[in-house]
Design a protein around this ligand. Structure first.
Ligand code: DON
Length: 339
C-alpha cells in the first residue's frame, strides 16, 4: 500500500459535480505542495531514453466534463504516453468491434502479475486476459485494421489525438530507444501468436505498439483524454465524440480493475477511481461524469506507478469527491430515520 496520510483532509463524497472552480484550483495546488518534496521511487531506465527524465518534474492538471481546466506545476513538460495509451486503444477497439469481441479475444481480468509477464500468457493458454498489460495491449493494437503498418499507425495516432484534442507527435528518440530494447515485447507477441491468438504478424503488432507508446503527451493532455472518457466519450474541450458511452464505460471498468497493474486492487481500495499509469511517470485518474486528473512525476514504485502521482491522486480523490465508492446517508426527515 502507498499509505497516503489523509487524516487532515475532510472526505467529500461523489455528488456528480466537482466543487466550485476556486475550490478545485486551491485543492490541486494543495495536492502539489503536499507531495512535491516526496523523493521516493526511482525513474524507469529499462527503456534507456526514459532515464533522462528530470526526477523533480511534477505536474497536475484537472479537466471537468464542463470544459473547466486547472493546472499546477510541470503540466507542459512532454513525456511519452507509454502504457496509458493502452486504455485509450482499448476504448477505440471496443468502439470498432464491440465489447464481446474484446472480451473474447483479449479478456478484461487482472492477471495479478507484472505488466511484462510472460508467465501470465502461459498460464492462460495464450489469451492475454488483461488489456492493460503488454500482452493484452499488443493484442489490442493487433486488432487495428489496415493493409500495412503505416495505415494502422495512422488510425492509432489519429484516434489517440482525438482523445487529446490535438495532434500528438511521436518521439523518435523514445521510439528508437524502445525498439532497441524491446526483445521481451517481441517474445510476448510471438508467444501469443503461437497460440493462434493474433491475426497479424506479431512483429508488425509490436512495431505499431512501440510507436503508440512513444507518442508525446503532457499532464494536460492526459486530463483531457481522461475527461473524454468521463464525459461518455465526448471530448469536453473540442466537443468531438471520440467513442460511444458504452465504449467509455467498458474502458473505465477495465481501468478500475487492471489500470494500476498488480497494485490495481489496492488503488481501488484506497483511491477508488478508474485509472491508468505509465512507466514515464504519468497517471490519469478519472471521476466518471465529473472529470479527470492528469498527473506526472517520473519516480516510480516497484510496479511502475508514479509515487508522487499516486499520493496526489489519493488527495484529490478524497478532497474533490473522485472516489466512486464514497457515499454518506441520504438526508431524511427525522421521523423516517426513527423507523
Ligand atoms: O512496453 C513497454 O514496456 C512500455 N512501452 C510500456 C510499459 C508501461 O508503461 C508499463 N507501466 N507502468
Amino acid at each position: 500500500m502507498i499509505q497516503t496520510d489523509l487524516s487532515d483532509v475532510p472526505q467529500r463524497v461523489s455528488t456528480g459535480d466537482l466543487p466550485s472552480l476556486s475550490r478545485v484550483g486551491r485543492l490541486i495546488t494543495d495536492a502539489h505542495e503536499r507531495y512535491a518534496s516526496n523523493d521516493d521511487g526511482i525513474v524507469a531506465d529499462y527503456i534507456p531514453a526514459l532515464a533522462e527524465a528530470d526526477p523533480s518534474w511534477f505536474g497536475i492538471s484537472l479537466v471537468g466534463v464542463n470544459g473547466s481546466r486547472h493546472a499546477v506545476g510541470d503540466v507542459d513538460v512532454a513525456f511519452s504516453i507509454q502504457s496509458i495509451s493502452k486504455a485509450f486503444m482499448f476504448a477505440l477497439m471496443c468502439e470498432r468491434y464491440g465489447r464481446e469481441e474484446l472480451v473474447a479475444r483479449i479478456g478484461v481480468n487482472n492477471t495479478g502479475l507484472p505488466f511484462d509477464s510472460v508467465m501470465a500468457v502461459e498460464l492462460n493458454d495464450g489469451r492475454p486476459l488483461n488489456p492493460m498489460v503488454n500482452a493484452g495491449a499488443i493484442g489490442t493494437t493487433a486488432l487495428v485494421p489496415g493493409e500495412n503498418i503505416d495505415e494502422r499507425w495512422t488510425i492509432v495516432r489519429e484516434g489517440l489525438s482525438a482523445f487529446a484534442g490535438r495532434p500528438l507527435e511521436m518521439s523518435e528518440e523514445v521510439y528508437e530507444s524502445e525498439t532497441r530494447t524491446n526483445d521481451r515485447n517481441r517474445a510476448i507477441a510471438r508467444l501469443v501468436y503461437s497460440y493462434g491468438r493474433m491475426a497479424v504478424d506479431p512483429a508488425e503488432a509490436v512495431e505499431v505498439y512501440t510507436r503508440q507508446c512513444s507518442l508525446m503527451v503532457t499532464a494536460d493532455d492526459l486530463a483531457v483524454m481522461g475527461a473524454t472518457l468521463a464525459d461518455g466519450g465526448v471530448n469536453p474541450i473540442t466537443g468531438q465524440r471520440v467513442v460511444s458511452n458504452e465504449a467509455s464505460s467498458d474502458t473505465l471498468a477495465v481501468m478500475a480493475s487492471c489500470g494500476m497493474y498488480e497494485r490495481s486492487g489496492e488503488w481501488l481500495f484506497e483511491i477508488g477511481t478508474p485509472a491508468k499509469s505509465g512507466v514515464s511517470g504519468g497517471i490519469v485518474s478519472i471521476a466518471p461524469g465529473k472529470g479527470a486528473t492528469g498527473l506526472f512525476s517520473p519516480r516510480l514504485d516497484f510496479a511502475g506507478n508514479s509515487v508522487r502521482g499516486q499520493h496526489a491522486a489519493a488527495y484529490i480523490s478524497c478532497a474533490l469527491g473522485f472516489n466512486m465508492f464514497a457515499s454518506s446517508p441520504h438526508a431524511r426527515e427525522k421521523s423516517s430515520l426513527a423507523h
